[in-house]
Design a binder for this molecule. Structure first.
Ligand SMILES: NC(=O)c1ccc[n+]([C@@H]2O[C@H](COP(=O)([O-])OP(=O)(O)OC[C@H]3O[C@@H](n4cnc5c(N)ncnc54)[C@H](O)[C@@H]3O)[C@@H](O)[C@H]2O)c1
Length: 333
């Protein structure tokens, strides 16, 4: 078993949504030091509010494309969680930038992990690697040939490179293929805001929430603290050279999601259906997490109903904070 106690742990993208929850779950396990490298294109001090003043946490505002900095941090570290990445939409808009961040830097990070003998690297991958999967619930053995996105391709490259470095150099790693993550601290204001937040904006403004298409597109929504828990289990287990789905095992259509969100907020708004002009190649998602249950002992704890309530409570708390102090960092991204 691996242990966090007295270890130095390096997180790329640790000021982001998922990374900040991982840090919060690591601290009670007694690490010696946690080093966060984040260029703050999406990370925030608000996300890090609960631990930024903790003396064991060192925050470095820099870019994973700065290979020297990555090597310097890796040389002091025992373990690494590699989370820094661009959003799927940003990769599509800027393939050159996506190559540098998601492919070239992945190589440099994995190369440095090998060189400095990192004990284990936990890699944030994605359900996007499947594209529209062959089987539902989708097992890890489904092939990635239906992925049509740069983002999915780059994440798969990372997984494959890790497998190769494990085979050639014995680098231990686990790749986690997250499904659709949600929860407090998800992006409420940026360009890449998720649909749940847009609907919460409508509930706040008492405006009809819009559904593009017929609402039948389904996803598997998994609460952010469950994702962080899967990361810790992946690090501490003896398992290496494996990829795991991390989902909630509940297929939820957009239509159903909106109904649950409306219910969580005791609202009586009705959705408005709009024609969908975008091409969505992935109309259905649901994870099989049998492998993560068996090998990591992972079990999601937060139901969708509970999670949507936590998300809504946090969202409206933020709205209040913003009204009281429009310049508060707590509400800026
Ligand atoms: N949120 C989801 O639903 C989801 C689903 C599947 C996979 N993932 C993956 O999980 C990981 C974490 O996602 P998240 O939701 O926390 O995203 P996020 O955008 O909140 O976090 C990513 C962090 O990486 C940082 N970053 C980006 N480019 C960087 C660079 N060049 N140098 C240094 N830092 C950089 C950002 O500032 C941000 O803080 C990512 O790898 C993402 O691809 C997320």
């Amino acid at each position: 078993m691996h242990s966090v106690k007295n270890a130095t742990i390096f997180l790329t993208g640790g000021a982001g949504f998922v990374g900040s929850y991982i840090v919060e779950q690591l601290i009670p396990l007694g690490p010696k030091k946690i080093i966060i490298l984040d260029n703050m294109i999406r990370g925030t001090f608000y996300n890090m509010k609960s631990f930024i003043d903790n003396p064991i946490v060192e925050f470095i505002e820099d870019d994973i494309r700065n290979t020297e900095k990555v090597r310097e941090i890796m040389s002091q570290s025992d373990y690494c969680f590699h989370l820094a990445a661009l959003r799927i939409t940003r990769c599509a808009e800027n393939p050159k930038e996506a190559f540098d961040v998601m492919v070239k830097s992945n190589f440099e990070i994995i190369e440095a992990a090998k060189e400095f003998k990192i004990k284990k690297l936990i890699y944030s991958s994605t359900a996007s690697v499947y594209g529209l999967a062959q089987n539902f619930p989708t097992p890890e053995s489904d092939n990635p040939y239906d992925n049509k996105t740069f983002y999915g391709a780059a994440k798969m490259y990372g997984e494959q490179l890790l497998r190769c470095y494990h085979d050639m150099y014995g680098l231990d790693y686990v790749a986690l293929r997250y499904f659709n993550i949600y929860g407090p601290r998800m992006d409420t204001e940026g360009k890449y805001t998720e649909v749940m937040i847009k609907w919460l904006d409508c509930i706040r403004d008492n405006k009809e929430p819009l559904i593009f298409g017929d609402g039948s597109t389904s996803m598997d929504f998994v609460y952010v603290s469950d994702i962080a828990k899967a990361n810790i289990l992946a690090l501490t287990s003896d398992v290496s050279d494996e990829a795991f789905n991390v989902g909630n095992c509940r297929e939820t259509s957009l239509h159903e999601l909106l109904e649950l969100l409306i219910k969580a907020n005791e609202s009586d708004l009705k959705p408005k259906y709009m024609p969908d002009n975008t091409i969505n190649p992935v109309s259905k998602r649901i994870a099989s997490i049998d492998k993560a249950k068996e090998l990591l002992g992972f079990e999601p704890e937060v139901t969708l109903e509970e999670g949507l309530k936590h998300l809504s409570d946090w969202y409206f708390e933020r709205v209040k904070e913003k009204q009281n102090d429009p310049h508060s960092e707590a509400v800026s991204n």
